[in-house]
Design a protein around this ligand. Structure first.
Ligand SMILES: NC(=O)c1ccc[n+]([C@@H]2O[C@H](COP(=O)([O-])OP(=O)(O)OC[C@H]3O[C@@H](n4cnc5c(N)ncnc54)[C@H](OP(=O)(O)O)[C@@H]3O)[C@@H](O)[C@H]2O)c1
Length: 282
């Protein structure tokens, strides 16, 4: 079934979030802080916010404490200063090495400080860590909501087994979103995870939707796009957001790319073409 809305409810029936957000990996460094292009990165985040707010009334930004060892969150802080807080949906993540109760609280508080927000809209466990009991982690995540440090909690890179186990430790809140790698070229979530999320009312956020840019030059998508007056990127992104419960994040520093990506909104692939594309990449 093709989903035509450009904002979708978070989790079961939560607030609406944009179906395309901005990824920030490598803005501000990878595993260490990089200050060499701060102005350019801040401009890029601001440019995306402007474009997305103009189109949808809001902008979604995905970051993590790990990105640039915290510096990416500082860039997000500098970029979002001039926007209404209500128009932004900020996601950040706790690293797998910080999943003990006390570490989670320290990480969340530090992220909140670096971002200079009262509350983190959505806080994700970046990767699971078998060395830490999941029960301890989830109880701490739930407490972050109770204490108002974060508004919602979710996970990233969790399969169904872990997702179910994580949910079983929660009493007053549920996991609203699972962020996983998903693209036309990487269909792993379709086997079981996506149907599970759709059934359970968990948003599936697709990361690396353009395969780091590889899909932009795909010959088949180029052919399909030509017939529809769309670019390969727009077809690849639209194919994802057509799916119930699926939203995505694209990393893009270039305004031209951001504009192109957001033009994947406002229309949907016709069912027949959608199925042909799905089949072609299988
Ligand atoms: N939870 C996790 O474990 C996890 C793992 C990986 C990623 N993520 C998140 O997901 C986000 C997105 O994934 P990603 O960064 O891995 O890959 P991606 O979004 O698939 O690809 C990013 C690359 O595509 C290029 N690009 C974007 N729009 C384009 C366009 N219209 N035309 C041509 N090239 C375009 C970008 O170039 P320019 O910058 O030059 O525009 C960049 O080089 C990350 O930034 C991060 O926030 C999460």
């Amino acid at each position: 079934m093709i989903d035509k809305a450009d904002t979708k409810p978070l989790g079961k029936d939560g607030e609406k979030i944009p179906v395309i957000g901005l990824g920030t990996w490598k803005m501000g460094g990878s595993f260490h802080p990089d200050h060499s292009k701060d102005e350019q990165w801040i401009n890029a985040i601001q440019s995306f916010c402007n474009l997305s707010i103009k189109k949808l009334g809001q902008a979604l930004i995905d970051t993590a404490e790990m990105y640039g060892a915290g510096h990416t969150e500082e860039l997000v802080r500098d970029a979002i200063k001039s926007f209404e807080r209500d128009a932004l949906f900020i996601i950040t993540k706790v690293s797998a090495s910080h999943l003990r109760k006390d570490q989670i609280f320290t990480s969340a508080r530090k992220s909140r400080e670096r971002l200079q927000v009262d509350q983190i809209d959505l806080y994700l466990i970046h990767w699971p860590n078998q060395a830490v009991p999941l029960k301890e982690t989830m109880k701490a995540m739930e407490k972050l909501v109770k204490e108002g440090i974060v508004r919602h909690i979710g996970v990233s890179n969790f399969g169904i087994g872990l997702l179910e186990e994580a949910r079983s430790y929660l009493n007053s809140v549920d996991i609203v979103l699972n962020q996983v790698k998903y693209s036309l070229m990487d269909r792993a979530p379709e086997r079981a995870l996506l149907p599970y999320c759709q059934r359970e009312g968990i948003t599936l956020m697709a990361y690396t939707p353009l395969e780091l840019g590889r899909l932009c030059k795909n010959r088949y998508l180029n052919e399909v796009g030509k017939k529809l007056g769309k670019s390969p990127v727009q077809i690849a992104l639209n194919w994802l957001i057509c799916k119930e419960k699926v939203v995505t994040i694209v990393k893009s520093e270039k305004k031209k790319h951001q504009e192109e990506n957001l033009r994947a909104l406002g229309w949907r692939l016709d069912q027949k073409i959608y199925e042909e594309i799905s089949h072609h990449f299988k």
